[in-house]
Write a protein that binds this ligand. Structure first.
Ligand SMILES: *[C@@H]1O[C@H](CO)[C@@H](O)[C@H](O)[C@H]1NC(C)=O
Ligand SMILES: *[C@@H]1O[C@H](CO)[C@@H](O)[C@H](O)[C@H]1NC(C)=O
Ligand SMILES: *[C@@H]1O[C@H](CO)[C@@H](O)[C@H](O)[C@H]1NC(C)=O
Ligand SMILES: *[C@@H]1O[C@H](CO)[C@@H](O)[C@H](O)[C@H]1NC(C)=O
Length: 261
């Protein structure tokens, strides 16, 4: 009925595929064009090409290959950021998400208590760092200055999303976390939660994970559709990124560390 909607499987021969970095392929296609190289006249012309011209061609090819490489590096290795000092830390690895990760031993899936609070504290401990102004100048951006030098206070994008998730978790248990909060502050927190919900929606669309999710029937007599996640995702090795940030963390609660307006 809807077979025209079926997407044909095409192995990694798509030239737009970032995984297929077969640069040799781009270069050889033109060099060994069978129609051109079997032409006797062309062979004659080629034999008269001077060494200078060959040198020029090699030079052009080098520039071409370099540009192809730069293009691929730009698209494949740094797909989501416009020049961050942490760009070089980003590595991808193949990861399965755990459908039932919220059950069992995950400290983040615990109800309020020291285990949960410590887990969040640990995850966010590298939240704030300082960078040289040059990293922001290119975007005409600036930030709060550190008192002891030219450094400007920043944080990697991933931390804002994690911070928002922590907020949502606390909101889910607001009787525990905000039981003494005045009505007015609770209202303000609710607005913050709306900000976080919207931020995470936009962040998900920004990443637009295209990994395929599958389905199976579940429940009594198989009456309910359930999603399954048997296909791995390409994920940034977040441990590397967080460790990089932790090694540069600025403790903004420390007295006198920030230059005030
Ligand atoms: C930054 O500001 C300069 C001077 O006003 C302007 O020429 C440049 O286009 C701006 N760059 C960006 C990325 O906004
Ligand atoms: C499941 O199937 C059995 C056997 O056909 C039937 O007796 C039962 O009522 C069904 N249960 C539900 C919830 O539909
Ligand atoms: C992939 O990255 C995750 C998150 O940083 C890490 O826990 C895991 O060990 C990495 N796996 C491999 C094979 O490097
Ligand atoms: C940050 O500074 C505050 C105030 O000096 C201190 O209480 C806290 O332990 C520091 N945190 C870390 C992780 O060093």
């Amino acid at each position: 009925m809807s077979s025209h909607h079926l997407l044909p499987y095409r192995a990694r021969d798509d030239e737009e595929s970032c995984a297929d970095q077969d640069f040799h392929h781009y270069g050889t296609e033109d060099y060994h064009d069978p129609e051109k190289s079997t032409s006797g006249r062309r062979t004659q012309i080629l034999s008269r090409v001077s060494f200078l011209n060959i040198g020029f061609a090699v030079c052009n090819l080098t520039v071409f290959v370099f540009l192809m490489l730069a293009h691929h590096v730009d698209q494949c290795i740094h797909p989501t950021s416009a020049q961050s000092p942490a760009d070089h830390i980003v590595r991808y690895n193949s990861t399965y998400f755990d459908k039932y990760g919220h059950l069992g031993g995950n400290p983040f899936s615990q109800p309020p208590g020291p285990e949960l609070d410590n887990a969040w504290h640990g995850l966010l401990r590298g939240m704030n760092i300082a960078v040289e102004p040059e990293w922001l100048d290119q975007h005409n951006a600036t930030s709060v200055r550190l008192a002891d030098g030219p450094g400007l206070l920043v944080q990697l994008g991933v931390y804002h999303e994690l911070h928002c998730l922590k907020k949502l978790k606390r909101w889910n248990y607001r009787d525990h976390y905000y039981s003494n909060l005045p009505e007015e502050d609770l209202k303000e927190e609710e607005i913050h939660i709306e900000h976080c919900l919207e931020w995470l929606r936009v962040a998900a669309l920004c990443r637009s994970d295209v990994t395929l999710t599958t389905f199976q029937w579940e429940g009594v007599n198989g009456s309910r559709l359930a999603t399954e996640y048997p296909i791995p995702r390409q994920c940034v090795d977040s441990e590397r990124v967080l460790e990089w940030s932790e090694a540069r963390a600025v403790n903004i609660t420390q007295e006198g560390i920030l230059e005030h307006a």
